[in-house]
Ligand binder design. Structure first.
Ligand code: ZN
Length: 425
């Protein structure tokens, strides 16, 4: 009888460990996702392929491109094969390619993904002579094939190349110019520096935004973005946040005079530039590497921020990690988990919902067992933190409205909470 009880107790302990501590992956993760040591990736051959006669040309010879093969199915249908950097991998099939034809003609393009299903609405981008950039022109409606997961769209081809991509193209080399264009950089209170290097030697940038005096005790807001290359809407939301944090108004100024903001605006530059579906150049999901830190990109953040634990003048206060998925969803830390300050996300979300009544949001709290960025901030600093997910298909107007109002209410909530802390101190 005694033995029997022992067995029950042991299995209860094992069971409870498994359910609350031993994280092996979310429902949508492939197996072994938490093993973040280097995996082999299939390098995409950079080339320009000509098919059919007269010729249709497809090229992946540019930053952010992904297309692996193409062939002419018939005299107006071209099948484009898009493969991930390695597999198994989550279903986020990114693609971007240049396409043109020797003659003007209508064509059907079929996007074919091995072991994945279509996710991103194709965006047409054309070359703008006046400012020498690729500009998004329109979204292209697709016919979705439920049996194969492929998607087909019609397009007018001409000798001038266009780019078709899964989301607007935002690569690592245009980060600085976009931050400058948005008025984030170019202020005395915003600095950017290379905090480290990615696996392939691209800069991992760190920004600091603050008007706090050097000897003034100040709380720190940390922002991480673009761990996952195709998650462009979350990245754009983070850039709009930065615009609001650097704006010339009383709220933003007060915030900068009180807080220090540390930003890692593009944590996976290799993945972004190589057109990866999700991983870095080590073939690893960076947002599962915040316990073992096997990858250089996550280590850059750890090494930059961990020293703040011992700082007398700086106190880590709140952190946001920006992503995208098929809905607007916030993943806060469970309310029951005690953080310091406590339940910032819950206070903030009330404002976000009230100020954006016509926008749909989901909120799904989680425990802190998974090796993701948000939980590293909690385990390292005891603070509250949020995974902020933006809908893949959010309109530009809604993205602007939600991001601006959310950035403003965040500043208010953080200032109120810091005031409370200061009074208690
Ligand atoms: Zn993500």
């Amino acid at each position: 009888m005694y033995k029997y009880f022992q067995v029950i107790i042991v299995s209860l302990i094992l069971f409870s460990c498994k359910s609350t501590e031993e994280f092996t992956g979310f429902s949508y993760d492939p197996p072994d996702v938490t093993n973040t040591t280097d995996k082999i990736i299939q390098k995409q051959a950079r080339r320009t392929i000509g098919v059919d006669s007269p010729k249709v040309w497809i090229s992946n010879e540019f930053e952010g491109a992904r297309v692996n093969d193409v062939y002419a199915y018939d005299d107006s249908t071209y099948e484009v094969f898009i493969a991930p950097e390695n597999s198994p991998i989550n279903n986020s099939p990114w693609y971007a390619f240049k396409i043109w034809s020797d003659t003007v003609r209508m064509a059907k393009i079929r996007l074919n993904y091995p072991d994945a299903t279509h996710r991103y609405v194709p965006k047409l981008q054309s070359w703008v002579q006046t400012d020498s950039t690729w500009k998004e022109q329109m979204e292209l409606p697709v016919r979705y094939d439920t049996a194969t997961g492929a998607a087909t769209f019609d397009i007018l081809l001409a000798p001038d190349p266009i780019i078709i991509s899964g989301q607007p193209l935002h690569t690592s080399s245009d980060l600085i110019s976009r931050l400058t264009h948005r008025g984030v950089l170019g202020n005395s209170f915003a600095e950017i520096k290379k905090a480290g290097e990615s696996k392939l030697g691209r800069p991992v940038w760190e920004m600091e935004i603050t008007e706090v005096k050097p000897d003034q005790k100040a709380p720190v807001l940390a922002i991480v973005s673009r761990q996952h290359p195709p998650e462009v809407t979350g990245y754009l939301a983070s850039l709009i946040f930065l615009e609001e944090l650097t704006a010339e108004n009383d709220l933003a100024r007060k915030f900068r005079e009180t807080f220090v903001v540390k930003v890692f605006p593009m944590l996976n530059p290799d993945g972004v530039d190589m057109g990866h579906w999700r991983h870095n150049a080590g073939g690893v999901d960076l947002n599962r590497d915040w316990e073992n830190f096997n990858q250089p990109e996550t280590r850059v953040v750890k090494e930059a921020l961990e020293p703040l634990k011992d700082s007398e003048l700086r106190q880590m206060f709140y952190a946001i990690d920006f992503h995208s998925t098929n809905e607007n969803i916030f993943y806060p830390i469970n309310e029951e988990v005690k953080t310091n300050p406590d339940n910032i996300t819950q206070q903030w979300v009330e404002h976000v919902l009230a100020e954006n009544e016509e926008v749909e949001f989901s909120i799904e709290p989680f425990d802190t067992s998974s090796p993701i960025a948000k939980n590293w901030f909690y385990h390292t600093f005891g603070i509250d933190a949020l995974t902020y997910e933006v809908d893949d298909r959010i309109s530009e107007k809604e993205l602007e409205q939600v991001s601006r109002s959310a950035a403003k209410s965040l500043m208010k909530v953080l200032l109120e909470n810091w005031d409370k802390t200061s009074v208690e101190n």
